[in-house]
Design a protein around this ligand. Structure first.
Ligand SMILES: [Cu+2]
Length: 470
C-alpha cells in the first residue's frame, strides 16, 4: 500500500482528486476495514472461513474480497478510487477501480446469504454500483437518479439484499457510465449454490474474468473516455497479453471459465484442443438438454457466459478472442496494406529526407512482432509474447490453458512450457518432395460415370412385396 501511495505522490495525480474525496476517519471507523490489493498477480482462491462452505473461484490476475460476519450478515466494503494498474509488464494505466485495483475484487457469496455492502466513494465525482443480474429490492439496484441518489465524493452508501439465485454476475457503476467503465470500474460476482444443484456441476477449477477495453494513446497513461469503438487495448481483467496469466490445470480436470463482457463490442471466445458447453449465463444455469458442444462462444456486450470442459488433452492450448484485431496491442490502425509492394526505389528517396524511415508490412505484418523499433515509453508492442518456438505474435485478449499430468490439485502456479513427446510437433520437411499419389477417377471427373452394363446379363427382379423371382 505504501509504495502505491508513494507512487501516486511521485507522479502527482494524488493531488486534488483524492484529497477532494478524502473520507473522515470517524465515518470509516464502524465499517469493515477496506481490504486493498494492488499486485496484478492471480491470487489463490479465497477459502471461506465463515458462512456456508463453497468451492471458491480463481480470478484471472485478480482476487476475491474478504468479508466479515456481523450477526449473520456478510459485510463487504468496496472503495471506489483511482488506481494504477499494470496492464502488462512495462505498461501501467491510470484507471479507476475498487480497493486498489481494476477490475475490483471478485465478490463470492452463497445462495441465501444476507448481504450488506458498504460502498465508499473516493473518486473525484459521484458514483453508484449496479449489481448486474441480481434479484433484489428495486431500491438496491444502484441506478443513480432512478433508484437512489448518487454517492457523492467522500460518502459511503450501504446496499442490503439477499443473494437469491446462484450464478455468474458482475457489478459496475450506473453513474456517468461512459467515463467510469471506460476507466475500468467493474468487478466479478459469483453466487455459489447453497447445496447440490441439478444444473450446477462441481468442478476442479473455476476461473473468472471480465472482458474490458481501453483507449490509451501510446506513451500516455490515462484512457480516453470519449472513445466509442476504436479502442486500442483489448483486455481481460485490465490485462493484455503477454500480461494475462495462463489457466493452469491438471489433466482430466473439469474446468469452468466464467466471463462477462463490459466492452462496447462482442467477443467470440475460442478455446483450442477441446470442446466446451455453455452451462450458464447471467440469467442462470442452462438446462442440460439445451447445451451443445462448441469451440467458440460469442459473449455479447453486457452478457456473461460460463463454459465447461474436461481438460483431457495435455499441452499449451490457446484461448483467445477470435476477432484478430482483439489479439493485438496498441497500433496505428491507418497503416495501409503494403503486402507485395516493392518499396526499394521509393525508400532510397525517402531516407534522403528521413534517415530513420522504415518499410513496414511489405511481407505482411508478422515482422512487427520481432522488430526492435523504438516505441514510446509505457507502450507494449502490438504483437508480442515469446513462446518456446519464437514470437507468438499476439497481444490483447489472448492466453493459454496449460493442461499438465503433474499439476497438483489446488496448484495454480505456471508449469512453464509444455514438453512435447518426440514426433508430435509439426516439423519442416527437408527431403525431396515426392509426387503425391492422387485419386484418379475413371474419367478424371469428380462424379465418374456409372459402370457400363453389358447386355445379356440376367437381372434379378425384386418385387415390391419383397419376394424375389426370376
Ligand atoms: Cu474481441
Amino acid at each position: 500500500m505504501n509504495s502505491r501511495r508513494q507512487f501516486l505522490k511521485t507522479i502527482g495525480i494524488a493531488g486534488s482528486a483524492i484529497a477532494a474525496a478524502s473520507v473522515s476517519r470517524v465515518a470509516m471507523a464502524a465499517l469493515p476495514e477496506p481490504v486493498l490489493q494492488n499486485k496484478p498477480d492471480t491470487m489463490p482462491p479465497l477459502i471461506p472461513d465463515s458462512g456456508r462452505p463453497y468451492n471458491p473461484v480463481v480470478t484471472l490476475n485478480g482476487w476475491t474480497l474478504p468479508w466479515r460476519m456481523n450477526n449473520g450478515v456478510k459485510e463487504f466494503h468496496l472503495v471506489a478510487e483511482p488506481v494504477v494498474r499494470e496492464m502488462a509488464p512495462g505498461m501501467k494505466a491510470h484507471l479507476w477501480g475498487y480497493n486498489g485495483q481494476s477490475p475490483g475484487p471478485t465478490i463470492e457469496v452463497v445462495e441465501g446469504d444476507r448481504l450488506r455492502i458498504f460502498v465508499t466513494n473516493k473518486l473525484p465525482e459521484h458514483t453508484s454500483i449496479h449489481w448486474h443480474g441480481q434479484r433484489l429490492p428495486n431500491g438496491m439496484d444502484g441506478v443513480t437518479g432512478l433508484t437512489q441518489p448518487a454517492i457523492r465524493p467522500g460518502r459511503t452508501f450501504v446496499y442490503e439484499f439477499v443473494a437469491r439465485r446462484p450464478g455468474t454476475f458482475m457489478y459496475h457503476p450506473h453513474a456517468d457510465e461512459m467515463t467510469q467503465m471506460a476507466m475500468g470500474m467493474m468487478g466479478f460476482w459469483v453466487t455459489h449454490p447453497k447445496s447440490k444443484h441439478p444444473l450446477i456441476d462441481e468442478v476442479h477449477r473455476d476461473f473468472c474474468f471480465l472482458l474490458n477495453a481501453y483507449d490509451v494513446d501510446p506513451g500516455s497513461y490515462t484512457p480516453k473516455i470519449m472513445t466509442m469503438l476504436d479502442f486500442n487495448l483489448w483486455s481481460w481483467n485490465s490485462r493484455i497479453f503477454p500480461g494475462i496469466d495462463s489457466f493452469n490445470v491438471s489433466l482430466n480436470d473439469k474446468v469452468r471459465i466464467r466471463m462477462g463482457n463490459l466492452t462496447m463490442t462482442n467477443h467470440p471466445i475460442h478455446l483450442h484442443g477441446h470442446e466446451f458447453v455453455v452451462t450458464g449465463t447471467d440469467g442462470g444455469p442452462v438446462p442440460k438438454n439445451a447445451r451443445w458442444a462448441e469451440v467458440t462462444t460469442d459473449v455479447a456486450v453486457g452478457q456473461m457466459r460460463q463454459i465447461e470442459f474436461v481438460a483431457d488433452e495435455e499441452g499449451d492450448w490457446a484461448i483467445h478472442c477470435h476477432k484478430s484485431h482483439h489479439t493485438m496491442n496498441a497500433m496505428g490502425h491507418d497503416v495501409p496494406t503494403m503486402i507485395g509492394v516493392d518499396h526499394r526505389s521509393v525508400v532510397k528517396k525517402i531516407t534522403n529526407l528521413i534517415p530513420d524511415y522504415m518499410v513496414m508490412g511489405e511481407r505482411g505484418m508478422a515482422d512487427m512482432a520481432e522488430m526492435q523499433m523504438p516505441i514510446p515509453d509505457n507502450t507494449i508492442p502490438m504483437m508480442t509474447g515469446e513462446g518456446p518456438f519464437g514470437s507468438v505474435e499476439m497481444g490483447g485478449m489472448f492466453s493459454v490453458v496449460k493442461v499438465r499430468k503433474n499439476q497438483k490439485p489446488g496448484d495454480y502456479s505456471n508449469p512453464g512450457w509444455f514438453k512435447h513427446s518426440p514426433g508430435t510437433v509439426a516439423f519442416e520437411h527437408t527431403g525431396i518432395m515426392a509426387e503425391p499419389a492422387r485419386f484418379q477417377s475413371e474419367t478424371g471427373q469428380s462424379m465418374p460415370l456409372k459402370q457400363q452394363t453389358n447386355t445379356g446379363i440376367e437381372f434379378e427382379i425384386r418385387k415390391p412385396s419383397g419376394h424375389s423371382g426370376h
